[in-house]
Design a protein around this ligand. Structure first.
Ligand code: 5AD
Ligand code: SF4
Length: 464
């Protein structure tokens, strides 16, 4: 007996598997792709096996992104062929920054891919799916009509949860020597404030209490305001803080050069703006900062941190550091260590420099050898881990407001985040979900905090 899959009835459910690598913007974009495909009957599933459509949302910022993509595509090829042999179909799409940068190569090396789309083309997905059904070759869309993308995406539908991301800005004009973003994501574009506010209101109506505004260079935000004037990030933060029920605001990633007085004042004046800022510095050496085209000195960065601390004394910082950028000498590395000591970070991301094709640093002379890069990175990481552990330990004995977001690692535990983004685990249950509750911190570990609910303490005392 032979089986053949009956033609899908109109409106029949189709299984959509989405896989996302990389930054939070990609996580957000992946959700929006699910939203645009929902009217076509696509419903997200947890595993690729048997899916009707698979989207790989790629990230170009990490090393070996392309290799990882091709090995995943190799695996999926087998799955797709099996499904086809049984009379079924599987649409395979590659999205994100690797698609943007290497669209042509993907089509040549993996001809079983049906759709290649850059980050600015997600709203065209339904049309591309239809075209892919008719086309013999892959449908490729890697242009930059970014304004259009936001105009055409449907209003985000699926509730995102207690904490949610909201992209307000895309692209970057900074052209740091090492970075592919200006080439893959294009130049800066800010969404109109009205659209951002409307999306935030919808999220809050669906239960979101904390929103993280996203953008490659989020504090370069300059969207059109409802008054027809240009709004900066600070103006937007003030407006968002007025939405009832939106208790916490964060934004990432900021460039030190784009932090203005208004933004510093927003940290001082708006209680909902959390006292935590991710502010990449990349290096503590003026020579390297110049080679990296960062547009500021180490001293300017430190002054900025001090001004933010004056405005909001409990503010904590996180940063990105790159070890081994071309031309980096021992004294540059020592300057980075000194800056880290001077600032004191609560969290960090650290990277070994790796060349990205097409960026200025990739062709620069004076490469640092791998062993030196490794050694420097290890030193940077050891110091930053020590600082992170010290920051977490410093919360021991304090009572801090925790926004509860989900079940903990162990049964009977519930987890949330402090204003400083530290994960906290307490004995508790799902009744805590979405609540901001005072928690007494019992122990600060390097990666998380352990605490107890103050009201539980109160109940015990009352019972005694
Ligand atoms: N090599 C190493 N790290 C990089 N980053 C960006 N490009 C590179 C590269 N070529 C790091 C930077 C940036 C973070 C998102 O990734 O530190 O801030
Ligand atoms: Fe890349 Fe950030 Fe520099 Fe822009 S500011 S080029 S996104 S590292």
């Amino acid at each position: 007996m032979t089986h053949s899959t009956p033609p899908a009835a109109l409106g029949a459910k189709k299984r959509l598997f989405l896989r996302s690598w990389g930054c939070q913007m990609n996580v957000y974009d992946t959700g929006r792709m699910a939203d645009v495909l929902a009217p076509l009957g696509y419903e997200p599933v947890d595993a690729p096996e048997g899916a009707d459509m698979i989207i790989l949302n790629t990230c170009h910022i990490r090393e070996k992104a392309t290799d990882k993509l091709f090995s995943e595509l190799g695996r999926l090829r087998g799955m797709k062929e099996k499904k086809q042999a049984a009379g079924g179909e599987m649409v395979l799409a590659v999205a994100g920054c690797v698609a943007q940068a290497e669209g042509k190569e993907i089509v040549i090396r993996a001809p079983w891919v049906d759709i290649v789309l850059g980050p600015q083309s997600y709203h065209r997905l339904p049309e591309m799916v239809a075209r892919a059904g008719r086309a013999a070759r892959a449908v490729v869309e890697t242009d930059f009509p970014v304004e259009e993308k936001f105009d055409h995406l449907p209003e985000a539908s699926a509730p995102q949860g207690v904490t949610a991301f909201l992209t307000i800005q895309e692209g970057c004009d900074k052209f740091c020597s090492f970075c592919v973003v200006p080439y893959t994501r294009g130049s800066e574009y800010s969404r109109p404030a009205q659209a951002v506010l409307a999306e935030a209101r919808r999220m809050v109506a669906q239960g979101t209490r904390e929103i993280s505004l996203l953008g490659q260079n989020v504090n370069a935000y300059h969207g059109e305001g409802p008054d027809g004037r240009e709004w900066g990030l600070a103006r937007l933060l003030y407006a968002l803080a007025e939405i009832p029920g939106l208790d916490r605001l964060r934004y990432t990633t900021s460039h030190p050069r784009d932090i203005d007085e208004a933004q510093i004042a927003a940290h001082r004046d708006i209680p909902a703006v959390m006292p935590f800022l991710h502010l990449p510095v990349q290096s503590g050496s003026d020579r390297m900062l110049e080679a990296m085209n960062r547009g500021h000195t180490a001293e300017e960065y430190i002054r900025l941190v001090d001004r933010l601390r004056e405005a909001r004394p409990d503010i904590a910082f996180s940063t990105d550091i790159i070890s081994g950028h071309p031309g980096e000498k021992d004294e540059d590395h020592a300057a980075t260590m000194a800056l880290i000591r001077r600032v004191g970070f609560a969290q960090f991301f650290s990277f070994k420099y790796s060349p990205r094709p097409g960026t200025p640093a990739a062709g620069a002379p004076y490469r640092v050898d791998e062993a030196t890069k490794d050694r420097r990175l290890q030193e940077v990481q050891a110091l930053l881990i020590e600082q992170q552990a010290a920051f977490n330990a410093s919360k021991t004995g304090q009572t801090v407001p925790v926004l509860f977001t989900g079940a903990g690692r162990q049964p009977g535990q519930f987890s949330g985040r402090t204003p400083w983004l530290q994960p906290v685990h307490v004995a508790g249950d799902a009744s805590l979900l979405g609540q901001i509750v005072p928690v007494r911190i019992l122990a600060g570990q390097p990666y998380s905090l352990h605490g107890e609910l103050l009201h539980a303490l109160q109940q015990e005392k009352n019972a005694a």
